[in-house]
Design a protein around this ligand. Structure first.
Ligand code: NAD
Ligand code: USQ
Length: 383
């Protein structure tokens, strides 16, 4: 089977490309390296030093004898996309290639537009390319749990059955995203759903929670294969940020009350979920939705877990509640279903087991690379 990993130079994409290659898939990486450019523009850097993509792929080949095809270009450029697809001829198109930071999309008008054009047009181009020349390929697309927001009822996997005025239907689950980034994912979902319906394409939308961890079996093989660890106020997620803050003795930056609850998963589970989704494709005409996370925590829970785990490293960690730069509920009900990937055979890793080895150890190892200017948040949601 041939899998083209779009966004394969990024955090989830790199780990997934190596994992699929290790599992015997023929793998291609397509990426325009724009994430490295956005980092440069913002003056931020991953804590772990990542090698150039060509060097990463070369090292993988040296270590395993497996080659990975590389296509450097932008999926919003349809000519480039279709030529790359013709050359690679994928069975599965794994799409990670989007702007993925909520704060980035809220910096200003330019960044909101970049996010939505990049994400929505890129995905639309993939759908048209599939319709024109690859109607049997399976699109495995990364959505996000944040598409749902935080409703006061249980969150289902993509669809909900509703009875209204004596009639009953199964409908797309209501979406209440909390940033222009999360909105771009909702727009993508609608476009994919429509394309599957009218053209008979097959797609899986993976509503992924927050991914954590540096290590997978493959990225841990060699320093040159190391994955990103973002900790800045734009691309760093709360958990990564807390681990790095703990390592440098900075109080953990909990926004507001810290009751914001989200779904989480280990990067080792992300790569396994991708493998499961590819190996069990959607039917023609079907947009299948899986909620891709393994555990739920509040931001306050995360801070307490980091504080506790830090003790074993001799770190004394304080927690600070900052004024919340985002507009979001800080205390709310959150209960999301996540059985579909478990039914396909996912065996979860748990944060309590991974916190030290896959996050805190890397945070302390590379703490000299921390830029203190990137610790406090700078992007605000309000006017
Ligand atoms: P990332 O920024 O590390 O990687 C994204 C990659 O896509 C980058 O290498 C970037 O250069 C590439 N890219 C972006 N736009 C492109 C374009 N137009 N053409 C070609 N390449 C392009 O992000 P990530 O954390 O790996 O996230 C990957 C996907 O997973 C995103 O769609 C994101 O929304 C989703 N996701 C991530 C998380 C998480 O916690 N990291 C959680 C849920 C969902
Ligand atoms: N938060 C803090 N302190 C911080 C940083 C964040 O309290 O220093 C809070 C935020 O206010 C928010 C929560 O932590 O309530 C989560 O924020 P985050 O930055 O960890 O994650 P988020 O913005 O939700 O985005 C991340 C990824 C995104 C993915 C999403 C999955 O960057 O690509 O789509 O997680 S989900 O959250 O399920 O939508």
């Amino acid at each position: 089977m041939k899998a083209l990993v779009i966004g394969g130079d990024g955090y989830c994409g790199w780990a997934t490309a190596l994992h699929l290659s290790n599992r015997g898939y023929e793998v291609g990486i397509l990426d325009n390296l724009v994430r490295r450019y956005w980092d440069l523009q913002l003056g931020v850097e991953t804590l772990t030093p990542i090698a150039p993509i060509e060097r990463r792929i070369e090292r993988w080949r040296e270590l395993t004898g497996k080659s990975i095809d590389l296509y450097v270009g932008d999926i919003t450029d349809y000519d480039f996309l279709i030529k790359s697809l013709r050359d690679f001829e994928p069975d599965a198109i794994v799409h990670f290639g989007e702007q993925r930071s909520a704060p980035y999309s809220m910096i200003d008008r330019d960044r909101a537009v970049v996010t939505q054009v990049n994400n929505v047009v890129g995905t639309l181009n993939i759908l048209f390319a599939m319709k024109e020349e690859f109607p049997d390929a399976h699109l495995v697309k990364l959505g996000t749990m944040g598409e749902y927001g935080t409703p006061n009822i249980d969150i289902e996997e993509g669809y909900i059955t509703i009875e209204h005025n004596g009639r009953k239907d199964t409908l797309p689950y209501p979406k209440q995203p909390g940033s222009f980034y999360h909105l771009s994912k909702v727009h993508d979902t609608h476009n994919i759903q429509f394309a599957c319906k009218i053209w008979g394409l097959r797609a899986t939308d993976l509503n992924q929670g927050v991914v954590y961890g540096v290590l997978t079996e493959e990225t841990g093989m060699d320093e040159l294969l190391i994955n990103r660890l973002d900790y800045d106020g734009v691309f760093g997620t709360a958990l990564n940020r807390f681990c790095i803050q703990a390592a440098i003795g900075h109080p953990l930056t909990v926004y507001g009350k810290g009751g914001q609850t989200r779904g989480f998963l280990d990067i080792r589970d992300t790569v396994r979920c991708m493998e499961l989704a590819i190996a069990n494709p959607a039917e023609p005409g079907q947009l299948r939705v899986f909620n891709q996370f393994t555990e739920m925590f509040s931001v306050g829970d995360l801070a307490m877990m980091v504080k506790k785990a830090s003790v074993s490293l001799g770190l004394d960690v304080e927690v600070e509640h900052l004024d919340n730069p985002r507009v979001e509920l800080e205390e709310h009900y959150f209960n999301a279903k996540n059985t579909k990937l478990l039914d396909l055979g996912l065996q979860p890793h748990y944060l309590s087991d991974s916190l030290l080895d896959s996050l805190l150890n890397f945070s302390t190892k590379y703490k000299d690379r921390v830029d203190m200017k990137q610790i406090l948040p700078k992007v605000k949601w309000r006017r």
